[in-house]
Every structure is written in structure tokens, then in C-alpha cells.
Write a protein that binds this ligand. Structure first.
Ligand SMILES: [Zn+2]
Ligand SMILES: [Zn+2]
Length: 92
């Protein structure tokens, strides 16, 4: 049993600017990843940006699983619905 929590020596990636893709920490060079150990995001230097975590802990991508009528289960992208107000049209 391996119940010891290892903390790797990764450096957190720089935060992405607007429009840039956020890099994730703990990629291929991560000591934990190399020894097949998942990071504890509370202890990992990369924290929320750690990519060496079990998938169910990761924030789900903007997709959702749906049951389609004739193709069984599927995944579709969920886009935020902008609240567009029709301004002016009904203004007195
Ligand atoms: Zn790491
Ligand atoms: Zn990590």
C-alpha cells in the first residue's frame, strides 16, 4: 500500500493571459507522474494547474453527457448561453 503523499518539485506554469491557452503543471517531467503517483492538489506546487490528478477531480470540460434518441450516449459541448436582451424594440 502506498499511502504516503509525495510532493513533486514542479514549478507552477505561468498564468495565461487573455486569449492564451493555460498551461498545466506536472506534465511529463513531474516526479509524481514518473512514479505513477497522483499529485495531491492541496500539496502540489502547481495546485489547481496540476495535470497529474485523477480525472474525476479535474474540472469537467465544457461538455456534458447526453442520451441521444438513436445513438445512445453521446457527449456534446456545452456553450454558455449569453443573455441577450433585446433592447430598444419594446421601449416606449
Ligand atoms: Zn509535479
Ligand atoms: Zn502536481
Amino acid at each position: 500500500m502506498q499511502d504516503e503523499i509525495s510532493v513533486c518539485a514542479c514549478r507552477p506554469p505561468p498564468l495565461a493571459g487573455p486569449g492564451e491557452q493555460q498551461l498545466l503543471g506536472c506534465s511529463l517531467g513531474c516526479l509524481n507522474r514518473l512514479s505513477s503517483v497522483l499529485c495531491d492538489p492541496k500539496l502540489c506546487p502547481c495546485g489547481e494547474l496540476c495535470s497529474n490528478r485523477s480525472l474525476h477531480l479535474l474540472r469537467p470540460p465544457r461538455t456534458e453527457v447526453i442520451l441521444t434518441e438513436n445513438r445512445g450516449w453521446g457527449v456534446r459541448a456545452v456553450e454558455p448561453v449569453p443573455k441577450v436582451r433585446h433592447s430598444g424594440a419594446f421601449a416606449a
